[in-house]
Ligand binder design. Structure first.
Ligand SMILES: O=C(O)CCC(=O)C(=O)O
Ligand SMILES: [Mn+2]
Length: 218
């Protein structure tokens, strides 16, 4: 799909589940500024394949901005105010990230969302994210706001239990998924990314996942 075809997509709000909506084609002309801001963050805190407790590496390359960042290592998952690769605080959250996340949450019915962390995921073809719950945050009242840039993806939207059948929801450049309330802890994931080229991002997909972590950082 070329850039002009994508810009021609009409924004729409698609109900997905109780508390979960897809803001399709929501970014419109803001995509380049968001991508530039993400790349600026990554130039000071490069995306990396974080180690896992079991000794492997996460398939998706990740980094963060905000007052804390989500990290994985041999000790497990947690939020930390310091980037373990640099020993420095994570880069500040860019203003255009904050305003977009607040706006998307508001449209989805979460008017007081104040993200303090944005996890930046960089997917290359073949990268995937297995079914998981976002449950490392200090409070679970706030929603998750998840922005897609670049190559398309099949988002797996599961249920309360890992074994629940997951729907496959196609996500395109400019789409924003928001979930919270009674589905805040639903299992979700991303199917292996297909090869392709995107006019703005080349052969990759970026995902910005905004969360409110609160006081649980180490
Ligand atoms: O890449 C996505 O669309 C989802 C990312 C996600 O679920 C996460 O980072 O926890
Ligand atoms: Mn997640």
């Amino acid at each position: 799909m070329d850039l002009f075809a994508e810009l021609a997509r009409e924004p729409s709000v698609v109900p997905i589940d109780d508390g979960a909506v897809l803001l399709a084609a929501h970014l419109q002309h803001r995509d380049r500024a968001l991508l530039d801001a993400a790349l600026a963050v990554l130039s000071s805190a490069p995306a990396r394949h974080m180690p896992t407790r079991s000794g492997g590496r996460i398939s998706v390359a990740m980094s963060n901005c905000g007052t804390v960042g989500w990290v994985s290592d041999r000790q497990g998952y947690r939020y930390d105010a310091i980037d373990p690769d640099s020993g420095r605080p994570w880069p500040a959250m860019p203003d255009c990230f904050l305003s977009l996340a607040r706006e998307a949450a508001q449209i989805a019915g979460y008017p007081s969302f104040e993200p303090d962390v944005c996890l930046i995921n960089r997917y290359e073809p073949g990268n995937r994210l297995g079914l998981h719950q976002d449950l490392d945050e200090g409070e679970l009242e706030s929603p998750i706001v998840s922005v897609s840039l670049g190559l398309g993806a099949l988002f797996l939207w599961g249920g309360k239990l890992r074994r629940d059948t997951a729907r496959r929801i196609p996500l395109a450049h400019g789409d924003v998924m928001v979930w919270g309330g009674s589905t805040r802890l639903n299992f979700h994931g991303v199917h292996s990314i297909a090869a392709g080229h995107h006019a703005l991002t080349g052969a990759c997909r970026y995902n910005l996942t905004f969360r409110h972590c609160g006081t649980r950082a180490a």
